[in-house]
Design a protein around this ligand. Structure first.
Ligand code: AMP
Length: 268
């Protein structure tokens, strides 16, 4: 039985973001348009979600270029920009949260406790508010993508999740709104994440230990870089695996100064 079938219903595709839109968001919007079709609707949400920022993190200073984001959406042909206030999203006495409890247990959660509870809660709310048929997420946030897919499966959300490969600057650095925190030296050395992923991908090494050692060695060439984690995992379960294979992905989190950057690459 198709619960959603409505004759002539337009398809609606949502791109959830925190704003400070850049070319990767532009690619997500392009993919959303492709999925929605010319007659469908592309919605972008911009919400800097306080629930997913741990205490003492960059919630206050997260960039919020409101006019620039509006123009970006207009130029990208977005039909509907949803930019709610915190009060519109959260009741002061809220007491219901959405929590994924397996894939969330490691990696980002180790430095950002409660982060994915915040992400799942707001994504679930956005799905209920905007009621999209599909939503587009980037592979740059690999753990987030896996968790959102799991939440959709486990809670029977009727939303297709569309993944977009990581969009990079010319020198390989994954586009991120947080790249603007980097000073010129940090920005230059930030390419070390991509270099490490490339080296690991090209080395033909298969054991997780060898791959992690190689990536660590490349990153250590950048004096301003400090490794948070480097780990080879299964792309679906996110469990550590011993050997690279068709379903393996190398996850990186590295500090450049105070800025924590993440990246990943599938290794086969
Ligand atoms: P953000 O605004 O950073 O929360 O990101 C909104 C969406 O854009 C998420 O699904 C991210 O995974 C995705 N995204 C951000 N940066 C990139 C990138 N460099 N490549 C692909 N997707 C990205």
């Amino acid at each position: 039985m198709e619960a959603r079938a409505q004759p002539n219903a337009k398809s609606r595709v949502l791109v959830p973001t925190m704003g400070a839109l850049h070319k990767a968001h532009g690619e997500l919007i392009r993919v959303a348009r492709q999925a929605a079709g010319q007659d469908g609707e592309v919605a972008v949400s911009i919400f800097v979600n306080p629930l997913q920022f741990e205490p003492g993190s960059d919630f206050e200073r997260y960039p919020r270029p409101e006019k620039g984001d509006e123009e970006f959406c207009r130029n990208a042909g977005v039909d509907f920009l949803f930019r709610p206030s915190i009060e519109e999203v959260y009741s002061p006495d809220r007491s219901t949260f959405v929590e994924e409890t397996s894939l969330s247990s490691r990696f980002e959660s180790e430095s950002r406790p409660g982060h994915f509870r915040g992400v799942c809660t707001v994504v679930a709310k956005l799905f209920n508010i905007v009621a999209p048929d599909a939503a587009v997420f980037g592979e740059k946030d690999f753990q987030q993508l896996a968790i959102v897919r799991r939440m959709v499966r486990d809670l029977n959300f009727n939303v297709d999740i569309i993944a977009v490969p990581t969009i990079r600057e010319k020198d390989g650095l994954a586009c991120s709104s947080r790249n603007q925190y980097l000073n010129p030296d940090e920005r230059e050395q930030a390419t070390v994440l991509y270099k490490a992923l490339e080296a690991a991908s090209n080395a033909g090494k298969k054991s997780a230990n060898d791959i992690a050692a190689l990536a660590r060695q490349v990153i250590s060439d950048a004096p301003l870089a400090r490794i948070d984690h480097v780990e080879l995992v299964d792309a679906e379960s996110l469990q550590p695996i011993e050997m690279a294979g068709p379903n393996s992905v190398l996850l990186l989190a590295v500090f450049l100064g105070k800025t924590r950057l993440i990246d990943n690459m599938r290794l086969s």
